[in-house]
Ligand binder design. Structure first.
Ligand code: TIU
Length: 228
């Protein structure tokens, strides 16, 4: 498959689809639906819905083009043995990590709230990566998976822009990956943080990445298929 141009800021970049992975960050019920972790922190979870349809568009484009697709989920073991007390005890949420809620225990693997929202459910063969932290590289086998697949570029979307998306892009950038956020396929509980979060990535000539959008990504990949 030949290289294609992805329209992005601060400048376009050439993608080799065989060396590009789509990484969808934490599109879980715990963050997007009432009664989950996001709401316990005092957030209006409806703000994250804006990212669902653009994520779906990016996912469908990646599937059609045969890209490596990675879905991440933030969460912890049922015995909380991987949940740092500094994270569990922080602040005054209405419920803490591990407490029972309407979608099962908050932010615990295997509970309904930990699942990815149905419209973005992983397909057989796609990587599902469980992570205990905000960044997708921390205490996961993501680096190994990317190495095995000879990936050089990460197309990143999901939630939330300034927390898990940012942390993953920063981690990926420091590890030598070209990281591109699909801005419309990311969302935050804080619209201002979303906007400024994207600005930060692409400032200073792309200080730790690029920003594009789901439609540009789909258009670039369809050009790759036509050329193939
Ligand atoms: N609270 C918040 O904005 N985000 C998180 O806790 N995790 C993710 O971003 N996935």
């Amino acid at each position: 498959m030949s290289e294609v141009q992805l329209a992005a800021e601060p400048f376009d970049l050439a993608l080799n689809p065989l060396r590009t992975a789509l990484v969808i960050i934490d599109m879980q019920r715990d963050f997007l639906e009432p009664g989950g972790f996001g709401e316990t922190l005092g957030n209006d979870v409806s703000l994250l819905q804006a990212a669902v349809e653009p994520c779906r568009r990016a996912l469908e484009a990646a599937r059609r083009a045969g890209l490596l697709v990675i879905h991440t989920r933030e969460g912890h073991r049922p015995d909380l043995s991987d949940a740092p007390p500094a994270k569990v005890t922080r602040g005054a949420p209405s419920k803490r990590i591990g407490d029972p809620g309407p979608m099962g225990r908050i932010l615990i693997r295997g509970e309904p709230g930990h699942d990815i929202v149905p419209s973005l459910s992983p397909a057989p063969g796609e990587v599902v990566l469980d992570k205990p932290g905000k960044g997708a590289f921390h205490q996961t086998d993501l680096a190994q998976i990317l190495m095995v697949h000879d990936i050089d570029t990460l197309i990143v979307c999901g939630v939330t822009t300034e927390v898990c998306v940012h942390t993953t892009i920063r981690e990926g950038n420091d590890r030598g990956y070209r990281c591109v956020a699909l801005g419309d396929a990311c969302a935050s509980y804080f619209p201002e943080f979303h906007r400024v979060g994207l600005e930060m990535i692409k400032a200073q000539g792309g200080i730790f990445g690029w920003v594009s959008d789901a439609e540009s990504f789909a258009t670039a990949l369809s050009a790759a298929q036509h050329a193939a």
